[in-house]
Design a protein around this ligand. Sequence first.
Ligand SMILES: [Zn+2]
Ligand SMILES: [Zn+2]
Length: 279
Amino acid sequence: MNIEVILLALSPIFLAFIIYEFVKHRKHYDIKDSLTNTALALLHQGSDAIALLLLMPFFYWLHQFALFDISMSLATVFIAFLLQDFLYYWFHKASHHIHWLWAAHVVHHSSTKMNFSTAFRQSLMYPLAGMWVFWLPMIIIGFDPRVAFTVVALNLAFQFFVHTQIVDKLGWLEKVFNTPSHHRVHHSTNKAYLDRNFAGVLIIWDKLFGTYVEEDTEKNGPCRFGIVGQIQSNNPFYISFHQWIYMIKSAFNAKGLKAKCRVLFSYPTSSVEKQNAES
Ligand SMILES: [Zn+2]
Ligand SMILES: [Zn+2]
């Protein structure tokens, strides 16, 4: 099974949740925004499918040098799931701190809406940005590439359910799992919430590595969804490429190799903020 098949098999469930939320909680939706999310999802699925096809031979080639021979069982799949969730945390944290990765990840954050359809707002540039590089340790340790990419898909499928405003805090589950409440914080530009809650499935990584913040509306106000330097566009191509164009132009204009590398790999600046500063 690969990522596309798992996500495709689950798509009727995703669709049912979106329809329910759309009908019952219309205020969280903007039709144009959700259509943009759909277009971005299709572009992302297409580029992901092509990338997997091209990369699978490489993953299997690498697998022959694996450190351990790990057979497939319920226990090893569970360990693979834990390890992948840990790696996802670092991928996600890096995506908010390294401009090269943010250029792709910004797509997911570029909406001021937060609903189940936001989960599908993804970048077609992830394969080029190198999301897959973060899963290589699993292959090197000895997990079969199919197992590795199955747990990637399950992790992403879980994350669909945390993109909503209609679910309040979930009691003890908040302590262990990434929940709608934790992920609302992650999508917010409120000062206290910036670059927090990078979890995929388990929130424990944020708690362990000091990036956890609880949603506290009384203290921090209601969540303001979007990005610092909000872009105002529903054009899927503009949304997919604006940060890349801004980043490459900035790198081109920077004097010297060191400065160019700094543009590409240090903390990202917003393309819109820069435009505003210049005008
Ligand atoms: Zn993020
Ligand atoms: Zn999200």
